[in-house]
Ligand binder design. Structure first.
Ligand code: OAD
Ligand code: ZN
Length: 253
């Protein structure tokens, strides 16, 4: 099928709504762009975090081993931003779509938990969750409800360092999450790919899998991605704006 690149004519919204209605199984893949309109910075692009910070100094096991305080300061700052943020219309409409069984799981690369705060119940977190912490020495793990006061936080059981429960560069993805994501993407008749630059694997492979198994791929992103040529439809718009229109078209908001 040819790729259609469109902006946000009503036709695009109607077309996606129709594809969703006709699809027997739709899954969603999201990235940092879906939370951008909630005020949470993305990683790549003009105002992206990786333009200001070096990932190898903040998001690798080596960085944590050599300077846990600096890594924790950065995570604490992100936790504070996330705690203040509210889900936007993209999170809200996706959650409503899921509640109505219009879509299956939301597979996300985000660690912010905003899909769940909007009411989504089936979220596959490929890169962990920023509110989770785990001990680097023992099996202690827990969930925080606010940023830790003492940096770096210590394990209440053994006194070792606690680390954020997120996936860093060079680390494997949580086994159950990636297994489920691969399975869901291969079964999907339609995948909506929202707000991800598709630069990080294996997440970026999921829409390819859907396509290889004969499903359709719709990309919603204001900037081009490496998969645009493979997609059935590319909508160069912001997620909040698109999902507001789609939510209205589907009678959800
Ligand atoms: P990126 O920051 O790489 O990409 C965000 C994408 O969202 C870009 O393509 C933007 O154009 C797009 N975008 C920006 N604003 C948007 C909006 N309002 N609506 C829709 N799209 C918008 O984020 P990810 O693809 O999620 O991993 O990055 C993947 C992984 O790389 C992250 O999980 C993180 C990062 O390094 C780790 O830290 C392991
Ligand atoms: Zn411990």
């Amino acid at each position: 099928m040819n790729t259609w690149v469109v902006t946000l004519g009503e036709d695009a919204v109607k077309m996606v709504a129709q594809w969703i209605r006709e699809s027997s199984y739709t899954v969603v893949l999201t990235g940092a762009g879906v939370s951008a309109e909630s005020g949470i910075p993305t990683f790549r692009g003009r105002d992206g975090l990786w333009n200001k910070y070096r990932p190898e100094e903040l998001a690798t096991p080596e960085a944590f081993n050599s300077n846990p305080k600096r890594v924790w300061e950065w995570y604490k700052w992100r936790m504070e931003l996330i705690a203040k943020a509210q889900p936007n219309l993209a999170h809200i409409v996706l959650a409503k779509m899921q509640q109505k069984d219009t879509i299956g799981p939301i597979i996300t690369q985000n660690v912010d938990g905003l899909h769940q705060r909007a009411g989504a119940v089936d979220v596959v977190e490929l890169h962990g969750n920023i509110w989770r912490v785990k001990c680097i020495s023992c099996s202690y793990a827990s969930k925080l409800d606010s940023p830790p006061e003492e940096i770096p936080p210590r394990c209440p059981e053994c006194g070792s360092l606690l680390r954020p429960g997120v996936v860093w560069f060079g680390e494997p993805l949580p086994e159950q999450a990636i297994r489920r994501a691969l399975q869901e993407a291969s079964h999907a008749k339609l995948i909506l790919v929202v707000g991800t630059s598709l630069q990080v694997y294996p997440a970026a492979y999921l829409p390819v899998l859907t396509k290889n198994y004969g499903g359709h791929v719709v990309i919603i992103n204001p900037t081009p991605t490496p998969l645009d040529d493979e997609a059935d439809l590319v909508i160069r718009r912001e997620a909040g704006e698109f999902f507001e229109k789609l939510g209205k078209e589907l009678g959800l908001i």
